[in-house]
Design a protein around this ligand. Structure first.
Ligand SMILES: [Zn+2]
Length: 492
């Protein structure tokens, strides 16, 4: 679809705006109503809805640059593209160094070998990021199915020499957090128990025999084994063959390689606050993607939303009270090095980070605002919600705001906020060859962008800042860094 085909007509946008931003009622509590500069909402929400700028940028990033896994040429090109784009917008930007894992996919194929139950089948699989290769001739072994890490542990060393097949029942987006641990930690545990390989059912809400990749983690010095995802269809096939009784044998060939860590960068940009420049409202997304597809939803959509918010904020007649800082993180998908590097490099100013958000649940339509802060956050934000009414995002989510790349800010008790988007179809294409621009609805992206721009402005302009939350008991969960549990309908 062309960009011009989707943008709202200006008259529709004006109607939306007038519905969204009525003149303050005369009888309204004067202090609160007057404090919210609704004229600014027209300057942010209007262009976000009508100009199609975020979508055009997403086309540059996805069609122009393509996949951008950490350490790849695509990732380096994306860093330069982001710098150029901020420069074109008149927004000051720079890079900050990040050392990233460098994993490269190679040849990959698999098959179910013939037996008395089957004449054999191809297996549609993709190596998991971080997997070592198989021997060049491949790995051939019997399959053993488990549906939980506990069930695997109970099998002890009986899995020795076998391919452990992690099956599960993911059906809706909310299931992602329940089962992501099978992919992130399952292969490492299987390796410790002597398994020869691992196959993980794709974490997916739809499939046309499309494998979904993702990261898996092996501890330094601990055993590692070749690990791949298989499509949900192939998972069902393996399950049926195993249920029919008798051994099921597979062959898998993975040619991936783990290279030395590479030099890369976060891209940081900011609009300096007019009154309190030392107070920072951070808006983030991750610039890296998987090496398959073009990372349109994950996380190109988040990248262009926060970049567009900065471009529109920069065009306001006066800057917001506080500094708005955009951070485009590197290496969310397979290491979180960018998130850690930012928290480390800026440790001295984290006490002045008054709010942070990460957009990383795709480009679906906005459905609400989430917060993770101390007492009274919703009361402070409520007077600022009216421009979100027409966007369908004026309610508070019952779920906490968060994000993998901003999770290293938790110990500094930085308040989190977020624009929650509809992620019900996000896991149809997540981490697949099919995560491409055509899957992103331009109007949904425009609405999300408008909501991000406005909520960011609100946090940077409101008279008071959010109370800081309590320090978390366990700020760095052992779970794989890439997938933040997606709450009911979001995730990476
Ligand atoms: Zn993501």
């Amino acid at each position: 679809m062309s960009v011009s085909a989707f943008v709202f007509s200006s008259s529709l946008a004006l109607k939306l705006l007038s519905a969204a931003a009525p003149a303050p009622a005369k009888a309204a509590p004067a202090a609160k109503a007057a404090a919210v500069p609704l004229s600014v909402s027209e300057k942010l929400v209007g262009p976000a809805l009508t100009e199609g700028h975020a979508y055009a940028r997403l086309a540059e990033l996805t069609d122009g640059i393509g996949p951008r896994l950490s350490g790849s040429e695509g990732a380096a090109a994306a860093v330069q593209w982001a710098l150029r784009s901020f420069q074109a917008d008149g927004v000051k930007a720079w890079t900050e160094p990040v050392k990233v894992p460098h994993w490269v996919r190679g040849e990959e194929r698999g098959e179910v070998l013939a037996s008395d139950k089957t004449r054999g089948h191809p297996l549609f699989l993709m190596a998991l990021g971080g997997s070592p290769p198989t021997a060049p001739e491949g790995l051939t072994a019997e399959v053993v199915e488990v549906t939980s890490l506990e069930a695997l542990a109970a099998l002890g060393d009986s899995v020795k020499g076998k391919v452990v097949f992690f099956n599960h029942a993911m059906a809706v987006a909310a299931d992602y957090g329940r089962f992501a641990g099978l992919r992130g930690r399952g292969p490492a545990q299987a390796a410790k128990q002597g398994a020869a390989g691992a196959l993980v059912r794709s974490l997916a809400t739809a499939s046309l025999r499309t494998p979904h990749t993702g990261s898996t983690r092996f501890e330094d010095g601990a055993p590692s084994i070749p690990a791949a995802s298989v499509t949900t269809e192939d998972a069902e096939l393996l399950h049926r063959l195993l249920a029919a009784g008798g051994p099921v044998r597979v062959k898998m060939v993975l040619g991936c390689s783990v290279l030395p860590d590479a030099d890369s960068h976060n891209v940081v940009a900011e609009i300096r606050g007019r009154e309190k420049p030392d107070e920072v409202v951070l808006i983030g997304a991750h610039l890296d993607s998987w090496d398959v597809g073009t990372g349109a939803h994950d996380d190109g959509a988040g990248v262009v939303m926060v970049m567009e918010a900065a471009r529109l904020l920069k065009k306001l007649p006066q800057a917001p009270r506080r500094t708005v800082r955009v951070v485009l993180y590197m290496n969310e998908e397979n290491g979180l090095a960018g998130g850690r590097a930012y928290a480390q490099a800026h440790a001295a100013e984290l006490s002045k980070h008054v709010a942070a958000m990460e957009m990383d649940s795709g480009g679906g339509r906005p459905v609400g605002v989430s917060v993770r802060a101390g007492e009274g956050a919703q009361d402070l934000l409520r007077p600022w919600m009216s421009p979100l009414v027409a966007l369908g995002a004026a309610n508070f989510s019952s779920r906490e705001a968060g994000g993998a790349d901003i999770s290293p800010l938790l110990p500094a008790r930085v308040p989190f906020f977020g624009v929650e988007v509809d992620a019900s179809r996000y896991f149809d294409v997540h981490h697949t060859h099919a995560d491409t621009l055509d899957k992103v609805d331009p109007q949904d992206l425009a609405r999300g962008t408008a909501a991000v721009a406005w909520v960011t402005y609100a946090l940077a302009e409101m008279p008071r800042t959010l109370e800081r939350p309590a320090a978390p008991a366990n700020p760095f969960p052992v779970a794989p860094p890439a997938p933040t549990p997606p709450k009911s309908a979001s995730g990476h």
